[in-house]
Design a protein around this ligand. Structure first.
Ligand code: GDP
Length: 177
């Protein structure tokens, strides 16, 4: 039944995690709607956005959860790690502590998510060249140690956002299909 099969899309659940204000919501908005807002409000609890795209001639519906970084929302977010096939770990290249916290986020992922979850590390706000506090070398070294895919990106300029999400989706697709 080729017609019916063409209409079915595979749902992939992805979570975006990282400290507050690293740009998780804007990365998501850039990827799903090609939008960016300077005055974005903090995400309360968990929200999701979707984008349907074709990958290897298959229709993929990426359902991406935007989780809040605050401790008090942990109880909510933990439930959403279940069933997630991919995770985007985000830090802000202009705030060192958001990079230092990535190890904590990895622990949380390992404790709550499926073992086969594909993880990509993203250093966001690469457009703020003069304000950088995390070098590319440090991030590459850390990503290699941890066995993570890595890219710097800018939700503002859009640089590498599409590539980063596609890298994650292609890898997930390789794992789940
Ligand atoms: P979240 O709390 O991690 O979801 O962070 P937001 O997406 O709400 O972004 C926090 C702040 O950083 C907002 O003021 C955004 O406009 C800003 N921001 C997000 N991404 C970028 C980026 O790539 N470059 C710059 N310059 N600012 C960004």
């Amino acid at each position: 039944l080729p017609v019916i099969r063409m209409c079915l899309s595979q749902h992939l659940l992805i979570v975006v995690v990282g400290d507050s204000a690293v740009g998780k919501t804007q990365l998501l908005g850039r990827f799903t709607k090609d939008e960016f807002h300077f005055d974005s409000k903090s995400t309360i609890g968990v929200e999701f956005q979707t984008r349907t795209l074709n990958l290897n001639r298959k229709r993929i519906k990426a359902q991406i959860w935007d989780t809040a970084g605050q401790e008090r929302y942990r109880a909510i977010t933990n439930a959403y790690y279940r069933g997630a096939v991919g995770a985007m770990l985000v830090y802000d290249v202009t705030r060192r502590h958001t990079f230092d916290h990535i190890a904590k986020w990895i622990e949380e992922l390992r404790a709550n998510a499926d073992n086969s979850i594909v993880v990509v590390l993203i250093g966001n706000k690469s457009d703020l060249v003069g304000k950088r506090e995390v070098s590319l070398d440090d991030a590459v070294e850390f990503a290699e140690e941890q066995g993570l895919f890595f890219s710097e990106a800018s939700a503002l300029s859009g640089e590498n956002v599409e590539t980063a999400f596609l890298m994650l989706l292609e890898e997930i697709y390789g794992v789940v299909s």
